[in-house]
Design a protein around this ligand. Sequence first.
Ligand SMILES: C[S@@+](CC[C@H](N)C(=O)[O-])C[C@H]1O[C@@H](n2cnc3c(N)ncnc32)[C@H](O)[C@@H]1O
Length: 227
Amino acid sequence: MLAPVWTALEPVLAEALRGASGPVVDVGAGGGHGIRVIAQAIPRAEVFAVEPSPGLRTVLLARVNEDPELRDRVTVLPSDLLQATLPPRLGTLVAMNVIGHLDPTERRTLWRLLAERLLPGGRAVLNLQPPAEPAAVPHTRFSELRIGRRRYEGWGRAEPAGPEQITWHMTYRAFHDGEPAEEVEVEYTWWVLGRDRLKAELAEHGLHVTPTGPTDLGLWCITKSPM
Ligand SMILES: C[S@@+](CC[C@H](N)C(=O)[O-])C[C@H]1O[C@@H](n2cnc3c(N)ncnc32)[C@H](O)[C@@H]1O
């Protein structure tokens, strides 16, 4: 259901990764949309795809396995970012549609990891997703697609759940020949983060951040601040 989002993200992420180097970490690689973009944008680099969800990891592994080039240089790590065994030095880290899954403590651990492990000239690319404050988001259909006779819809709403977090309530519906067939509900915590807070947290770790690509996609490029 993230495929339409990736239609817009792909060229912007590819541009943000132009000239980047490996090793590369894709944090929360999901089903692997980002891996394909990364592998094309940074030829020959070794890539570590960190994905804790068994369901999404299955899709990711299948996608990597189908492509001989990805199979040769992508390693799928089945854990959370902070439990993953990563290379001691990193050329690039990508975190698309994932930063709100990390609580403020985990986020700071990520900034520290970047400060300690990014190679000279290295970069991280991530996106911030609204809302930037703990605000309610009305019930909205964010994705729809048809596969054969089935049509799938993804719906979401959110409500504030604390000073820095919201709870997302997602509903996924399947229709067969137009008739309701299945419905799955999921809820999860999302830690909100706006650009001022991002800049302040990164500055504390000697990191510098600049926007990249169209504003509505919310992509940011992080580098070590010049000495
Ligand atoms: C919305 S999906 C984005 C997937 C992919 N990056 C994309 O944009 O297509 C968020 C992903 O983050 C993963 N995730 C959640 N918490 C994580 C953590 N602590 N470390 C690494 N990945 C995490 C989820 O399993 C999920 O695959």
